[in-house]
Ligand binder design. Sequence first.
Ligand code: NAD
Ligand code: LMR
Length: 330
Amino acid sequence: MNTSPVRVTVTGAAGNISYALLFRIAAGEMLGPDVPVELRLLEIEQAVAAAEGTAMELDDAAFPLLRGIDVTADADAAFDGTSIAILVGAMPRREGMDRADLLEANGRIFGPQGRAIAANAAPDVRVLVVGNPANTNALIARAAAPDVPADRFTAMMRLDHNRALARLAERTGAGVDRIERLHVWGNHSDSQVPDVDHALVDGRPLREVVADDAWLDGPFREAVATRGAAIIKARGASSAASAASAAVDHVRDWVLGTRPGDWTTAALPSTGAYGIPEGLVAGVPVTSDGGAWHVVEGLSRSALVQERIDATVAELTSEREAVDTLGLLR
Ligand code: NAD
Ligand code: LMR
């Protein structure tokens, strides 16, 4: 048994996603059943008392793996010695809001947090940005931490991936674990591109099993891409437990590795693969060897998929330009 605890920092600790996420981490579902964790919770001053309430509940759950919890409004203290930083703290979109509405308000959070990570975190730090607009917030945090290897900054596209998996499982009647080699390109927005062209169900091409290209290329793609808005409409609040679950999946696969023969989706700073401009944080097919993500290279794209990838990449490019104009990349 590994006895030295891994320090995990979660921002926005008093919020809805964290209320689901923290208990899953403390239960050992993210880093494994033998790995003790130490939690550092970051909140804004006004919400520190509420985060302390969540910490009291974590204590009361008596998780055997939980070796300590600190709550703070000081980013330097929150990221001190941390190996896993999950940046959730940001305003969620409400009904009728566009993700672009969040760009300026939330973008301002991520430069200072990137700097605090660079100054204080452990050398092996891995960062997952959940707060929206997640891809561009990860770009901002990474720009503020030039001495941290770029591939340690990622944004969450796993919820989109899981949503696609769930729709396909419903449609085919196969369990989610029987569907492989699916991924979602681009931005965590309605321009995202779920790609089923290489997907398999029990080893058979998914397109053959579904036998309905019109559904796959139309209603399926739209249902996945607009699911966030549909949840907001139905709940009156943005997705929380499913987002927390996707964050657990992302970090678990990053640290412990993906299933042999399969791949998943993560948004990584581009190194130019698939023609995505360098530095943009875009959803791509990835495997993990239990330490680092590797882009699955060389997958063919149909003309339709490539046209949609171009559109989602153009959106990421315009978000980068917008935050650059706001001075958030300096
Ligand atoms: P929430 O409003 O319930 O909680 C957000 C928390 O962040 C609040 O407690 C707030 O005080 C805190 N916060 C704000 N600024 C902060 C800062 N500078 N430092 C630390 N904490 C700060 O929101 P939520 O439902 O938990 O959602 C959080 C974010 O996650 C939103 O931006 C939402 O849109 C996003 N989200 C992303 C995905 C995804 O797939 N990437 C999915 C769902 C939600
Ligand atoms: C989601 O996908 O559920 C979140 O990112 C919320 C949103 O604004 O769509």
